[in-house]
Every structure is written in C-alpha cells, then in structure tokens.
Design a protein around this ligand. Structure first.
Ligand SMILES: [Ca+2]
Ligand SMILES: [Ca+2]
Ligand SMILES: [Ca+2]
Length: 301
C-alpha cells in the first residue's frame, strides 16, 4: 500500500449563498465569476464528495445510549452511544457525535451502508475528527479506520487526547467498491469519540505517469517493525534523482529529516534510531519528483 499523505488546514464551514433579489452591477459580475469558476472546476477535475456524515441529524437530535439506527452506518458488532447536545458532552459546539464504545462493554465495528466506487488513479482526501475517550480515568483506546485496500490506519489515543481533525490524501491503486470501516478496540464503555467524516475525490492522476513513477521508486517496509530501539528503512531507485526522507507523527508533525539530496540508482539503506520518541504510530515519507511514498512504522516500549 502506498499512501500519499499531507496535512491540510481545516476548512471552515462554507457560507450558504444568499438569494439575490436585486442584482447590482457588482453582484452580477460576482455571480458570473462564480459560475465561470464553477464550470472550470467541473471541467478541470473529478472533484466530488463521496461520503460525509456529522451525526447531527440522528435520532431527531436527541442523544441516547446504545444507539443502533445510524442513518449511514451498519453496526457489525458491539454498540455505540450517541452523545453530545448536553449529554456526556465533552464538545458542546459539535451537535451529536459517537462514543464508539456503547454501554455494553463491547467496542463497536461500524461499516458504512454505502460502498464507495474507487477507481485506480483517484486521489482521495479522507478527513475525520477523532478524540480520546475524554473521561476522568486513565484509558487508551484504538481505532482502525480503513477503506478497502486503498487506506488503512490505526490510531491509538490516550484518554486526554483532544478532538483533532485528521486529513489524509491517498492514491487508489486498484479499482474497488468498498465500504468505510471503523473497528474500535476497547470494551470498557468509554471509547474514542468520533464526529465528522468526509471522503472526497480531489483529482485523478494519469495512470501511465503514475505507473512510471511507481516503477522508479520502491519504498520498503522498515525492518524490524514494530521496533523498540532502532530499525532499517530500505528504498530502491530505478533512476538517479533527488530524494528526501522524513519522519512524521500521526498528526502529520515533522519529527526528523533522515536523508536529503541526490542519490544514485540502486538500493539504499537508512538506520533509524528511536531516540526520545514515545510509543505509537509514525510515518516515513520518501519524496521524489513531487510525490510522497509513505509507509507506517510502529514504536513499542
Ligand atoms: Ca456532530
Ligand atoms: Ca459509552
Ligand atoms: Ca476505553
């Protein structure tokens, strides 16, 4: 799996366009400009929201424990609590959201009712908001989020972890029709909190170009993985070129640049020492000709 990941600034809510009763000259020009730019957007890329949910409309906006009637999700196992709107509410400005561990001590596995049709070469932007269980007790919960073979990521969140927006961009490497899956690992009634999620097709890359680039670079899985002290990262270049290898944490913060500069073709090896990093999930990126090749590595104590 090759992930192309970048951290994108949060979007603020888009304002609804008012209906203009009377058009001034300025307003007409503005409207014309919006129409034209809309047309260009439509022609220039296959941008489309494939899935979006913020849970605010569930159950007539009334929070409830062990809620099993989600509009867009099937609960395959376990249970969820629909909280917010004043009920067990850690984030009062978010309407309703989910505690992915209901009150049955069985962590939930959810699957979107709709499957998304993904085509090889699509670039997807996946955004979601996630927090620790935010209760007055020490707790660590895990959540595996996946979308077929195109995307899979494990989050391990401490109780205190405040709600964050995670943004990932991934390239679809094969045609597939797949649901979004949320697999929570917990089982103590206090699960991770999950609110907004949106999956958008932002563009489609030229498959031939993508294949050429995929052939030019191979970034191997680090070994050993997981590791506690040090690991080795190998990569292979089919042609000489300028590369950069960097390590990021799960929030997309740059931790270290391991290598940067011109490299000959052939196999290369880097030793990476853990140093002061806490246990958790990290990413190493190899940048080459404007693309990032990304792999996940896990540090354990
Ligand atoms: Ca919400
Ligand atoms: Ca719960
Ligand atoms: Ca828990």
């Amino acid at each position: 799996m090759i992930l192309q990941v970048s951290l994108v600034k949060d979007r603020s809510a888009e304002h609804a366009m008012p209906i203009w009763i009377k058009f001034s000259f300025f307003q007409t020009v503005r409207l014309l400009f919006m129409c034209i730019s809309g047309l260009f957007c439509f022609n220039a890329s296959a941008q489309a929201v494939l899935f979006e949910d913020n849970f605010d409309e569930e159950n007539n906006e009334i929070p409830i424990v062990n809620y099993d009637s989600l509009s867009h999700w099937d609960i395959l196992s376990g249970s969820v609590d629909l909280i917010g709107n004043g009920f067990m509410d850690a984030y009062p400005d978010r309407g309703l959201y989910l505690d992915l561990d209901g009150t049955t001590r069985e962590a939930a596995t959810l699957q979107s009712k709709d499957s998304l049709a993904l085509e090889r070469g699509d670039i997807l932007q996946i955004e979601f908001d996630l927090a620790g269980s935010v209760r007055s007790m020490p707790d660590t919960d895990s959540l595996l989020i996946s979308l077929g073979t195109s995307y899979s990521e494990l989050f391990i969140l401490e109780n205190e972890h405040p709600i964050d927006r995670y943004v990932r961009q991934v390239e679809v490497l094969e045609n597939e029709r797949v649901p979004i899956k949320l697999e929570h690992l917990g089982g103590d009634n206090f699960g991770v909190l999950f609110d907004f999620i949106r999956i958008e097709r932002v563009t489609r890359v030229n498959s031939d170009e993508s294949d050429d680039l995929n052939r030019a670079v191979t970034l191997f899985q680090n070994y050993p993985n997981p590791f506690s002290e040090s690991t080795q990262i190998r990569y292979f270049l089919d042609t000489p070129g300028t590369i950069r290898i960097r390590v990021f944490d799960a929030l997309g913060r740059l931790l270290s640049t391991l290598e940067e500069g011109h490299k000959n073709h052939g196999a290369h090896l880097i030793h990476f020492n853990r140093l002061q990093l806490a246990q958790g999930v990290y990413y190493y990126h190899l940048d080459f000709r404007g693309r990032s090749f990304i792999k996940q590595m896990v540090i354990i104590d």
